[in-house]
Design a protein around this ligand. Structure first.
Ligand code: GCU
Length: 649
């Protein structure tokens, strides 16, 4: 390994392409990237970039009426042809040919048009420039330090950032936000006197078609500009932001825009001035509009200082209550960035009702590739099936559009850092890749995407390796769900860092994340009839489905209902027996995955294999800890023995 892993772009992935004769027509910086890629592959594999004469592959910029990121691909008479209307589309076309491998040069097929279903496919990095005393450098980062920032400044050596941009282009990602949504004092200045460092990063990402965005603090006019207010309707404040945007665009002409976490977990926002979130977002959209930028305004707004005794406040309701009434009020350049579930990236949550309630708002769905609540990249947890379920959910039922169709954009919190394997757990690379491909095509089959990732990452993998990787990854999300918090109830994690079990870790806290277990039962009553009314935030048929414990899907039962331990699930098991059984099954599955991985030792590069093997030790230890704490807790609370008489402590 040369400093860092090649991930899904090992040189061998370019073998078929690099052995051919390729003609490239077009000009501009991204066409230059395409040319460099092909030339490098040819140097290695004996092919040639030709100027005329015969060729096997034509990569051509034409005026074929294609959209900005689109490309076509056809093969006829022994020649493969990729066309695009600009370098960006051509770069995506090139990576399509790489993905096809030898198949790109076999047989024939008619012209196919490929286009992304979403306009923007972004990664948010929760990276701090300075190392934060509690959170470290990357908030919720499990892959080392930041890719962009080092020792309080932008890195001097951008080799990894360049490699990152290339990996992102190869899975279809076109935007990156380079700093944490919680904007601390040093990071606030990236907007103003330190914009040059952002510009340096943008220069490195640009050749891969990746635009740079910046998280900014809503209080910037006060903390940076010395104004007495950050009121979004105050002319001086609006002028300050307009001037700030002009400076940013002078440094980064293709700057993507701002990301804002406002009135959320202690971040400043428009509420301080009695203004709405639309007022705040629209002011920033107005500052960015003359330059073609957008503001990503996050909908993660709730009361994080709630009294746990107060049963009338329900955190799950908060985003809808705050934002649904504002539908239609956001400017064209404002995107509302909504977490996929109403709480916070738990292993199982219903789809956020906000996504079905704002037809007149530009929506981005935010998922979390960084595995804050799903094993922190020490446990293998491939999230493709979960994201795919979210994107396939139809808020108005079967006849209505899916979340993937409603969302104009997809955003993930990145899981990459300066770890040699990029993601701490090497298998977590699959999450990053899968996100990019699902963002391009939300209705793609995640298991096909996984096949693609395997094919690229492990070129010419024997069947035993392909099967082994599927065995370890396919069901890993459900396995993780089985040994952690049951039936959608969420959390039960240690507070602060969120790793490892603590059933009552958040039970009496101000964060609004409770399970309400007592001697008789468990779960949160979010029905309209007797609970918090959250279920009524959905349209039919879902409000009806979730309202009743009889129709609510098992996996979400405890999210929506407080039920006795003896409540019989649609699976036929009682809730308490389900808790016991699935904790035992989850551990058995983790142990099995560890065995499967051990059996692949002869097929995987030794350092790669060893890192995953080491993580499996921790996963199995952690899974047993979860099983034993959760089972013991519920045995003690309920007094109901395990029907199978297994050891519960
Ligand atoms: C979670 C996470 C925080 C993060 C927040 C957010 O609550 O624990 O670290 O800041 O999400 O998405 O803003």
């Amino acid at each position: 390994m040369n400093g860092f892993d090649t991930a899904w772009l090992p040189p061998e992935a370019f073998g078929p392409l690099g052995a051919r004769r390729t003609l490239i027509r077009g000009s501009g910086p991204l066409v230059g990237t395409v040319r460099d890629e092909v030339a490098r592959a040819c140097e290695r594999f004996g092919g040639e970039v030709v100027r005329d004469g015969s060729y096997d592959l034509l990569l051509e910029v034409t005026d074929g009426g294609l959209g900005a990121e689109e490309f076509t691909c056809a093969r006829e008479g022994g020649t493969t042809t990729v066309t695009a209307s600009n370098g960006h589309g051509l770069l995506y076309g090139l990576f399509h040919v790489v993905r096809l491998g030898a198949q790109a040069f076999t047989g024939g097929w008619p012209r196919e048009v490929h286009r992304p279903a979403t306009e923007l496919r972004m990664l948010d990095h929760w990276d701090n420039v300075a190392v934060h005393p509690v959170m470290g450098q990357v908030e919720r980062g499990y892959a080392g330090g930041s890719l962009f920032w080092r020792e309080g400044r932008a890195r001097e050596d951008f080799a990894r950032v360049r490699a990152y941009g290339r990996l992102l282009a190869a899975c279809g990602i076109n935007a990156v936000c380079v700093n944490n949504v919680n904007v601390h004092a040093v990071e606030a200045r990236l907007l103003t006197d330190r914009i040059g460092e952002v510009a340096a990063i943008a220069d490195v990402l640009r050749p891969y078609g990746v635009r740079t965005h910046l998280a900014v603090t809503f209080a910037a006019p006060v903390v940076l500009g010395g104004l007495s207010t950050a009121d979004p309707l105050e002319p001086a404040v609006r002028e300050w932001w307009a001037a700030a945007a002009r400076t940013v665009y002078a440094a980064v002409p293709d700057f993507g825009g701002f990301v804002v976490k406002a009135d959320s977990e202690g971040q400043p926002g428009p509420f301080t001035y009695g203004r709405s979130h639309a007022d705040g977002a629209n002011m920033l959209a107005a500052a960015l509009a003359p330059h073609g930028g957008t503001v990503h305004w996050r909908a993660f707004v709730y009361d994080h200082r709630q009294d746990w005794r107060d049963r009338t406040t329900d955190r799950a309701r908060a985003a809808y209550d705050h934002f649904a009434p504002l539908d239609g009020e956001f400017a064209a350049g404002a995107v509302l960035q909504v977490k996929h579930g109403p709480m916070d990236f738990q292993v199982r949550e219903p789809v956020s009702p906000v996504l079905g309630a704002m037809p007149r708002t530009r929506l981005a769905v935010e998922v979390q590739a960084t595995q804050e609540y799903t094993g922190q990249q020490r446990h293998v947890c491939w999230l493709g099936p979960m994201w795919s379920e979210v994107l396939g959910f139809r808020p108005e039922g079967e006849s209505g559009p899916s979340v993937g169709e409603l969302a104009r954009e997809l955003v993930a919190v990145s899981n990459a850092g300066d770890d040699p394997f990029w993601t701490g757990h090497p298998l977590a690379q699959a999450n990053l890749y899968t996100f990019g491909r699902l963002a391009w095509r939300p209705d793609a089959d995640p298991y096909r995407v996984l096949d693609e990732w395997i094919g690229l990452t492990f070129p010419s993998a024997p069947a035993r390796l392909v099967e082994g990787l599927h065995a370890v990854l396919d069901g890993s999300w459900r396995t993780y769900e089985k040994y952690t918090a049951p039936l959608g109830v969420g959390f039960m994690v240690q507070s602060g860092h969120h790793y490892g079990p603590s059933v009552d870790g958040y039970e009496y806290s101000p964060w609004g994340t409770y399970h309400f277990a007592d001697r008789d039962g468990i779960g949160v009553d979010r029905s309209a009839a007797t609970g918090t009314g959250y279920a009524a935030q959905y349209a039919e048929p879902w409000s009806g489905v979730y309202e009743s414990a009889g129709t609510c899907p098992d996996e979400l039962l405890l999210f929506f209902h407080h039920v006795p331990y003896g409540h019989v699930l649609s699976s036929g098991r009682t809730v308490i027996q389900h808790i016991y059984d699935t904790r035992f099954d989850g551990v058995a599955e983790a142990e099995k995955a560890r065995r499967v991985w051990a059996g692949l030792v002869d097929l995987v590069e030794p350092a790669w294999h060893a890192r995953v093997a080491e993580r499996f030790e921790e996963q199995v230890r952690g899974a047993r800890e979860w099983r034993d704490q959760v089972n013991s807790y519920f045995l003690r609370k309920s007094g109901v023995p395990d029907a199978h008489g297994r050891l519960i402590h």
